[in-house]
Design a protein around this ligand. Structure first.
Ligand code: ZN
Length: 245
């Protein structure tokens, strides 16, 4: 019965969208609570079973980088790279995607996740579902939202208040950061820890963002990529917040 009533209501509502407004006006105001909940819950099952993050495979490379690092969508004018830790001992893009959806977010808030050998290989770089769409991030909220709008969010799995990132994670992070700096013309001074954007412990005091800047800049120099003067200058003037041990 309830199903029939809902169907009837839906039909009336549909009709109302077009022309028969007078008929709709005679109806009691619709209860928006029930349909909203139904709409929100309905997509959960297929979303969870859909493997949204893609996995970098060494065999699928273009010009030395994994194919899935190169988005099909037109590039967003990225201005920052923001590094996070997950503050968990284990995890991966799929687990964090689920967590973020449970918080009511649209999908995984980071653009990339770097594994620690728990859910994914140590140092494995997963590309989140936002990246191919070149979609704004949901990882570094500030009043003007600039770091979400134009910041590439990279999360390393681990709690770096307690543990250190693995050597493989740091190598992968530096390689990814170097690629992003080069491709989107982001100077080293705009490679930030989450804590450089607002007061937060993330990415943990064992994550040395200054070292990441140096390693990425070195990778670019070693690969013969012309490091822009702005980038060199920026690397020299590291912000005091980032010179963590
Ligand atoms: Zn963070």
């Amino acid at each position: 019965m309830a199903k029939h009533a809902l169907l009837l209501f839906s039909l009336l509502a549909l009709v109302g969208c077009h022309s028969q407004t007078s008929m709709v006006q005679t109806l009691p105001p619709p209860s928006l609570g029930a349909p909203r909940i139904a709409q929100r819950q309905a997509p959960v099952a297929p979303r969870v079973t859909t493997p949204t993050p893609t996995h970098s495979s060494p065999s699928a490379t273009v010009a030395g980088v994994p194919r899935d690092w190169i988005p099909n969508a037109s590039p967003r004018p990225w201005r920052w790279i923001v590094i996070h830790h997950s503050a968990t001992t284990s995890g991966g893009a799929a687990a964090f995607d689920k967590m973020h959806r449970q918080k009511g977010w649209d999908e995984l808030g980071y653009h990339f996740v770097i594994g620690n050998g728990t859910d994914t290989r140590d140092g494995q770089i997963e590309v989140g579902p936002r990246w191919p769409k070149q979609k704004w991030g949901a990882h570094a909220k500030t009043p003007d939202n600039r770091y979400n709008d134009y910041g590439i969010g990279i999360c390393l799995v681990g709690n770096f208040d307690v543990d250190r990132p693995t050597a493989a994670q740091m190598r992968s992070l530096s390689k990814l950061v170097a690629y992003l700096m080069r491709t989107y013309h982001i100077p080293a001074s705009r490679v930030l820890g989450h804590g450089d954007t607002k007061p937060t412990d993330c990415p943990g005091h064992h994550m040395n963002v200054a070292a990441v800047r140096r390693m990425a800049t070195q990778i670019l120099a070693d690969s013969g990529v012309q490091v822009e003067p702005e980038t060199q200058a920026a690397a020299a003037e590291l912000s005091p917040n980032s010179s963590r041990p």
